[in-house]
Design a protein around this ligand. Structure first.
Ligand code: PFF
Length: 522
């Protein structure tokens, strides 16, 4: 049988756009401004930049390098990649399961929230949203859309479900067309459009001036001041450091296996250092410049200093789907700007969610040796069934639970394993050479030290502090409302089953391989 040809990227720009597309997502335009405003404003940028330089950027390089390395052995996911790094250890491949599990868990809720932005884009264009001018009606619209209540706007969840079906379908349609023909093609178009939309909105917000003459201090400069004036006292709490590190992981899509998979489609001599840095820079531009210049300053200008704090801490859904449309509705061409806002989020969301699908597909293709088409159908059905939990149990704590395990906890765990394997098992000298194979940029030497000592120590500290402070309350569901506990427990059971199924999958693959190896040798 001729050796199976793995898919590959058509161009260097293609993979950079795809990784940037994965990184730039709802996290940049909703999660980041909300976190910054809630955690000391400008002071948040100190732990944020520290985490970027000591965790985010090193992990980006580590994942690009390990991904390309694994691709050389026809492994596109962590079980195979970890095994290639440490063949003597029989257990390490099971830790790699997190690199498929994590993206799947994030996908389950992320795709659903991304689908709201599609729905809201349409309702902005039809003018439904621009007729709403007060907070409680806008909230009703959102609750109606989410199927939480039946009201004048929505009698059931079905319209929202339809947008979910479309969004889900687009994800699998893109993946079905492969790396070159699907992911790369979409990202090369969507990422520039997304930047265009964000720039238009930023310019619109920056030129707002003082729209309310009765309140001359409610102006755009003070709006930026609110977000950026540092409250250095906030730095004393451990929470702000953990929040900043969490934001860096989430926004860069590192530490969960997604970039490993994308990089596994590179060829041996392709550059990873400059490409990794480019994708990181694009994400940081989209986050620090664009993401911070839209929602919070605009909300300040329209709602004033007394209300902004409660708005900023009212949660990501409220900010994006209630506050922002209310603001845009006060401007001329509200429908158009509303559309630009939600369509921006939709493009950002979809280019991220496809990256969350690819690891599971790569796992099936590479390790079970099935065709892409079969992998897409099989995993599509599986993911589709699971997505119904967040869709129908949104209000029961399921999404928060998925976000906690997939988007926070396992990210840190996986990142820790990955960097220790890279720097200590593979060995930093070998790893450094591997990283610089075909490199167009020599990474400053200090990073050799950082990757070996600082990044792992930083990660282990975060994990220990977290375990120390939160482990017991989390396990006992202390912060979960009593009514939600059965749902949260149910979610946990499903997650444990998922992890077990994946581990069994890994076991089957390797047992088969060993049997085949023994046969071939005989
Ligand atoms: N980076 C995406 C965002 O900022 O919205 C979210 C994300 C995508 C996280 C892919 C993790 C991931 F693997």
């Amino acid at each position: 049988m001729p050796p199976k040809q793995r898919d590959s990227w058509a161009s260097r720009l293609g993979i950079i756009m795809a990784v940037a597309g994965s990184a730039i997502g709802l996290g940049n335009f909703l999660r980041f401004p909300a976190k910054a405003a809630a955690n000391g404003g400008g002071a948040f940028m100190i732990p944020y930049l520290v985490a970027l330089l000591l965790l985010g950027l090193p992990l980006m390089w580590v994942e690009w390098t390990l991904g390309r390395y694994g691709g050389g052995f026809e492994h596109g996911t962590a079980p195979g990649i970890f095994h290639s790094l440490w063949r003597k250890n029989r257990f390490i491949k099971y830790f790699g399961v997190i690199g498929i599990f994590g993206p799947l868990v994030i996908f389950l809720y992320y795709a659903y929230i991304a689908s709201w932005t599609l729905g809201y884009s349409v309702y902005s264009l039809t003018g439904t949203i621009s007729t709403i001018s007060d907070q409680s009606t806008m909230q009703n619209f959102l609750h109606g859309y989410q199927g939480i209540e039946s009201n004048q706007f929505f009698r059931s969840i079905w319209p929202s479900y339809l947008f979910f079906l479309i969004t889900f379908g687009i994800n699998f349609w893109v993946i079905f067309h492969g790396i070159k023909g699907g992911v790369e093609r979409i990202c090369r178009i969507a990422v520039p459009i997304l930047f265009g939309c964000a720039l238009i909105l930023m310019i619109r917000v920056v030129t707002l001036g003082t729209p309310n003459p009765e309140h001359p201090t409610w102006n755009i400069l003070n709006g930026f001041g609110f977000l950026w004036n540092p409250d250095f006292n906030a730095l004393k709490s451990g929470k702000i450091w953990i929040e900043a590190a969490g934001q860096i992981f989430f926004t860069l899509s590192v530490g969960i296996g997604v970039i490993l998979t994308y990089a596994s489609y590179l060829s041996k001599g392709d550059d990873v250092t400059l490409s990794g840095l480019s994708a990181t820079s694009m994400n940081e531009f989209a986050e620090i410049i664009l993401g911070s210049s839209i929602i919070i300053p605009a909300a300040f200008v329209f709602f004033g200093p007394d209300n902004i704090q409660s708005i900023a801490t009212s949660g990501v859904y409220n900010l994006g789907f209630v506050t922002m449309p209310l603001i845009l509705n006060q401007l001329p061409l509200a429908g158009l700007f509303g559309f630009i806002w939600f369509f921006l989020l939709f493009l950002a969301g979809i280019t991220s969610s496809i990256s969350l699908v690819q690891p599971a597909i790569a796992f099936l293709e590479d390790e079970f040796d099935i065709t892409r088409k079969k992998a897409v159908i099989f995993f599509g059905i599986f993911a589709f069934i699971l997505c119904h939990f967040p869709v129908f149990l949104l209000n029961n704590g399921v999404v928060d639970e998925l976000d906690f395990w997939g988007g926070t906890f396992f990210l840190v765990v996986f990142a820790t394993i990955e960097v220790i394997l890279f720097a200590w098992v593979f060995g930093i000298d070998k790893a450094w050479d591997e990283m610089h194979r075909g490199a167009d940029l020599r990474v400053p030497k200090i990073y050799k030290f950082i990757i070996k000592y600082i990044t792992p120590l930083f990660l282990l500290t975060i994990l220990s502090v977290w375990m120390w402070q939160e482990w017991i309350p989390v396990i006992l569901m202390k912060n979960v409302q009593a009514a939600d506990r059965p749902f949260v427990l149910g979610t946990r059971i499903v997650l444990v089953v998922l992890l077990t199924v994946l581990a069994i999958g890994v076991k089957i693959v390797w047992s088969r391989r060993e049997a085949k190896g023994a046969n071939d040798a005989a």
